[in-house]
Design a binder for this molecule. Structure first.
Ligand SMILES: [Zn+2]
Length: 327
């Protein structure tokens, strides 16, 4: 079976994509508009406390909890709110929260908590998981670049949170949000796929191979190098599949399929075990809990699940829900 969808459609299926927001780039330097938008009834604030997102768990899953600007009015903010964009019903801003503000927010919302988005997003609505991921990525960048990399002076937030500018007027260096490109690849050979096990992962976890793109490399160069370094496998054809924002802490995951020239492989410094699986071997390993796969919110799982379905193996996510603990 061939999935007849293009790269954009495939990427939009990946968790944490937030293309549904109009990012309002043209408004980022429009201060009167920003002040008005922040006070409007449709303004929704995404609070972040120590890189954690405000969530509430209920019978229907995990939901994102937003604040209204008047909840923080008159209080000193760590930084000005960051404009995320609009869905034409609400305008979203991200805001960093102090310990005291956190306590007040939680006191007003029994059952809510500041939690790790990666774990909590498994049963979240895709749109709101994407908005929270977008906010988290900007928050991380803003807090990791508080000082100019050239002269060491303090950086100031500009452009509604999307640009940092050195406060030293003689320097005035601008810094823009940073993301680290990483490749992630499902390697196949005939009817088998290659999964590896990093010793730092939870017990029995096997996943697709992945690594950061290095300076001077194309994405495809990085696929070839990483797969060979991690498994000794040499690749033939490489095909781009889809991408995923991955703000844990600051990656952009670029997903590929690649065909191995042979099944010759071995462990490496990074992977203590690499194994080939046919769909029936993978199904059996999942049923017996010999193998625990990556969480379904990851592109690693999506690449594998699509291959599994195309090979005639059915719904891998349903199989994992039935036989593996949710993690
Ligand atoms: Zn500077």
């Amino acid at each position: 079976m061939r999935l007849n969808i293009d790269e954009l459609s495939r990427s939009n299926r990946n968790r944490f994509t937030s293309v549904r927001l109009d990012r309002l780039v043209e408004r980022r330097d429009d201060r009167p508009w920003l002040e008005q938008a922040l006070q409007a009834d449709d303004a929704h604030l995404v609070p972040l406390w120590r890189s954690r997102s405000l969530l509430s768990r209920g019978d229907d899953g995990t939901i994102a909890v937003y604040l209204h600007a008047n909840e923080l009015s008159g209080q000193e903010l760590i930084q000005p709110p960051t404009l995320l964009g609009t869905d034409y019903k609400r305008t979203y801003f991200a805001v960093s929260i102090t310990d005291r503000q956190r306590d007040a927010i939680l006191a007003d919302r029994p059952g809510a908590e500041f939690a790790d988005l990666r774990l909590a997003s498994i049963d979240m609505d895709a749109k709101h998981a994407g908005i929270l991921a977008y906010a988290k990525a900007l928050h991380y960048w803003q807090h990791r670049h508080q000082f100019c990399g050239v002269c060491g002076s303090a950086n100031l937030l500009q452009s509604a949170g999307h640009r940092l500018e050195c406060s030293n007027e003689e320097c005035a260096r601008a810094t823009f949000p940073r993301i680290d490109p990483a490749i992630i690849v499902l390697v196949t050979h005939q009817d088998s796929c290659l999964l590896g096990r990093n010793p730092r992962w939870p017990a029995k976890r096997f996943s697709t191979l992945a690594g950061f793109v290095e300076p001077g490399e194309s994405l495809e160069d990085a696929v070839v190098r990483e797969v060979f370094e991690e498994s000794g496998v040499q690749l033939g054809k490489i095909q781009y599949v889809s991408s995923q924002p991955w703000p844990f802490p600051a990656s952009s995951m670029c997903g590929f399929y690649a065909e191995a020239l042979s099944k010759e492989c071995g462990p490496s410094d990074e992977l203590e075990e690499v194994r080939w699986f046919t769909i029936s071997e993978l199904e059996s390993a999942v049923r017996k809990s010999e193998v625990l796969l990556s969480p379904p919110v990851s592109i690693a799982f999506q690449l594998l699940a699509d291959w599994y379905r195309k090979q005639g193996g059915g719904d891998l996510a349903a199989l994992c829900r039935q036989f593996q603990l949710r993690r």
